[in-house]
Design a protein around this ligand. Sequence first.
Ligand code: PLZ
Length: 425
Amino acid sequence: MSVEERAASERVLAERERYVPRGVSTPTLVVDRADGAHIWDVDGRQFLDFAGGIACQNLGHGPETVVRAVQEQAERYLHQCFMVGMYEPYVDVCRRLAELWPGDAKDVKTLLVNSGAEAIENAVKIARAATGRPGVVVFDRAFHGRTNLTMAMTSKLVYKDKMGPLAPDVHRAPAPYPYRGVSTEDALHGLELLFKQDVSPDSVACIVLEPVQGEGGFIPMPPDFVHALREICDQHGIVYVDDEVQAGCGRTGSVWAIERIGVEPDLLVSGKTLGGGLPLAAVSGRAELMDAVHPGGLGGTFGGNPLACAAAVAVLDALSAPGFSERAEQIERLIRDRLDEIAARNPLVGEVRGLGAMIALELREKTPDAAKATTAAAFDKGLLLLSCGLYGNVIRLLPPLTATNDELERGLDLLEEALGDASAG
Ligand code: PLZ
């Protein structure tokens, strides 16, 4: 497309250069509007969206029930601050999250905040208050956020380089990565060493794990690893924090990814799709843990904003509606079959992996070059795709779970063409 044809985008890009710091990395896409699985840019180009604003649109753009709930709420009031004037939508979200709790716990309470990182920080605060211990154990390739504590918990240099000092008492252990030769046994051995070399398990408040590592490369945690961690937590009185910010909210078919593994966490952190496009994240857990923090120790001005809560009620209703997980399973099969075919034909591809409809292709080379070339070629063809992984060599697919088979097949065709262009170039 020529510069003239991209005039409206170019104007915003120039203003962006002038007024927004380079630290926020941005694409060249300038959005005008979005609907379902599609986005239109300000120059009228249409894109199929397999990025979903990084996993925030599991229900697609502008789901009717969510938009209507937000509009109705907007007519009543926009903000109260839950610590000043309570409102029912906040409590409704917490009740629904208790009903959707993945396990046997009867009394589940929830704290609502603004972002995934803030929710992770609060999960650590709660775990520390409950155990009286400082330590936090996280894993290789983890992503938990960009605030001071969560940047220490996140495992990629780009998110923290030159921005320390980092928060203390954060310890990293290996996580399984079968494709690159790290087994469950290797990872558990690494944790054993951590407990011998660096921190006593008696000083650890919590371990925090993504059931499917997201930014780290769409790596599903093997069930035997998750079960073993659960046992280690039980043995040492450590709080198991399940970070479902990216893998949760229906992405893997069930509402929570950990349901597919059959482990009950102590705290579950959700976000992204939870607010249906509005900023909302949550920490849920058994009442006795959640109540470990004294009154006044948790909160925030905007946490659980009424508009975001109204949206979340509609989102949680849609995710738990009959048929949602069956459709996600169909989508999983459609995508997986097609990616397996692509992998068999294209030597760039090393592995197809994922859990449910959270699926990715890892390219063989441990450099970002081919993945970047693929996402760029896809963009030119009208498909929005994101890469991920410590080496930037994983192409992840996050289509809406409301997409039609035609939309999914069209996106997969474009992905295959883009990969072809990348291997040719
Ligand atoms: N936990 C598992 O995936 C956010 C962030 C991308 P926030 N992931 C995408 C980027 O470059 O910042 C994420 C996640 C997991 C926590 C978070 C943090 O959620 O809402 O971005 O703070």
